[in-house]
Design a protein around this ligand. Sequence first.
Ligand code: NI
Length: 227
Amino acid sequence: MMISVPDLLDAESVARIRQIIDAAEWVDGNITAGSQSALAKKNEQIPEGSAAAREAGGIILKALGNSPLFFAAALPLKVYPPLFNRYGEGQTFGTHVDNAVRIQRGSDFRLRSDLSVTVFLEDPAAYDGGVLVVEDYFGTQQVKLPAGHAVVYPSSSLHHVTPVTRGTRVASFFWLQSMVRDTDARRLLFGLDQSIQRITGQLGGTDRSVIELTGVYHNLLRRWADS
Ligand code: NI
């Protein structure tokens, strides 16, 4: 299941992040790649744990915390500190699968990657190519979103970024471990949550059926969540 989170970042936050990262040191993107994906990966990244990555990443983590849609879609338990990459002309990331376990360098922080997140940080009109292509059970999805929008997709999927042929694609990317490990269970909860939001709008939060359905949601989450 692939879910877009429109306007995760407002224009001001995007501009602030770009100000921080555009002035930062960039290195070969293979520093975070596994041995297989290193063969396919041609881009640049900001070193993990650098002051710039921490500061810009903090803005993204705060925005995630303020997004009910992100929370409902991902049900995050642990979020990897956001990383930043860019693809100049001719750069690409061929088909790969993300590592199942991510260990943060120099710390004992680790997570199982259930979901991968890309936050777009460049105007799509400013570059050609650089499309995120995700193959999941429902087919192949192509994603290229406005700056400030995010997409959440299964880390288990095969995915790639098509070559950039003009301009530069700039993005943040990271992984998260969900409280609900099972993808189907997470999808059911998300569908239920979205329906409850809609009928709450129609019937009001004090309607008996709305309260009962909200109870069903929380009792399913209680049954399935790790914390
Ligand atoms: Ni990947």
